[in-house]
Design a protein around this ligand. Structure first.
Ligand code: SAM
Length: 281
């Protein structure tokens, strides 16, 4: 069957017109119109025939088509109720495609996907962080997460300690994955154009090399530490309800000076601190 390429401005305009659709700002709809970007995402995800892929927000099927052409089995979750009818047409004839209409933050991904799946997505920017943290914190059997995000988010995901952009999200992502920015994508590659530059980030998910006793508690400590960025770590943790003496003792055992701020701590420091704090509970 002949499939015209969806990743093209004329094809995208034609599809939107045919189905009387307008890109929804509320749902973060910026459709890719650059086929080279689609190909580079497929390449960054190292898609091989038979790969199981979860796509978040297929839209009108642009990236989906690239994944399907590379031989992936794609399960896509799309919130917009208008899009299943569109995808039925734009991806007509592809047999290895399954669509679930729903909210990615609510569907049971574990039930939906077989083990060793990849996530590939041009994410809706209004919930990027929530989606990434959900994927990583649920400890799903996912091997690779390749996502288009705002450039600023990509920078936060890959930040090193001692920078303003190093935060709770950085630690949560790097705790579970090796993260790198694959390439940047300009606003012209989308319809409509977003106001920001985007970037594709590759997360290679691995067993964490860090020895955390209780992961939920670790995340709680990290979030509390960054809760009030202008305060010292001690004051942020006390402000979040931790006992001052216990925090001071845990910092001392972990070799972390009491006047440090959260953004100066390495992931290892947070691991040691949370393990010590947990002992004192
Ligand atoms: N994949 C398409 C592309 O690359 O052209 C569309 C990407 S667009 C940036 C984001 C997509 O995510 C939209 O289709 C939007 O409707 C969908 N979306 C928004 N919120 C969602 C949610 N909570 N769960 C699933 N999909 C969502």
């Amino acid at each position: 069957m002949f499939h015209p390429k969806i990743a093209d401005i004329a094809a995208t305009r034609h599809i939107l017109k045919t189905f009387d659709l307008r890109a929804s700002k509320r749902l973060g709809q910026n459709f890719l119109i650059d086929s080279s970007v689609v190909q580079r995402i497929v390449d960054a995800a190292e898609i091989a025939a038979g790969d199981e892929v979860l796509e978040i927000g297929p839209g009108i099927g642009t990236l989906t088509q690239g994944l399907l052409e590379a031989g992936a089995n794609v399960t896509a979750v799309e919130l917009d109720k208008k899009l299943p009818a569109v995808l039925e047409k734009t991806l007509e004839g592809y047999e290895n495609f399954k669509l679930v209409q729903g909210d990615i933050l609510k569907v049971d991904i574990e039930k939906l996907m077989p083990p060793n799946f990849k996530v590939v997505a041009n994410l809706p920017y209004y919930i990027t962080t929530q989606i990434l943290l959900t994927l990583l914190e649920k400890k799903l059997p996912v091997t690779k997460i390749v996502t288009m995000v705002q450039k600023e988010v990509a920078e936060r995901m890959t930040a090193a300690p001692n920078s303003k952009i190093y935060g709770a999200m950085t630690v949560a992502v790097q705790f579970r994955a090796d993260v790198k920015v694959a390439f940047e994508v300009p606003p012209e590659s989308f319809l409509p154009r977003p106001e920001v530059t985007s970037a594709v980030v590759v997360c290679d998910v691995r067993e964490s090399p860090f020895k955390v006793v209780d992961e939920n508690f670790f995340i709680k400590v990290v979030r509390a530490s960054f809760g009030q960025r202008r305060k010292t770590l001690v004051n942020s943790l006390v402000g979040a309800g931790f006992n001052r003496q216990k925090v001071s003792a845990a910092l001392e055992v972990s070799n972390i000076a009491s006047d440090r701020r959260a953004e100066t701590l390495s992931i290892e420091d947070f691991v040691n601190l949370s393990n010590e704090l947990l002992k004192s509970l």
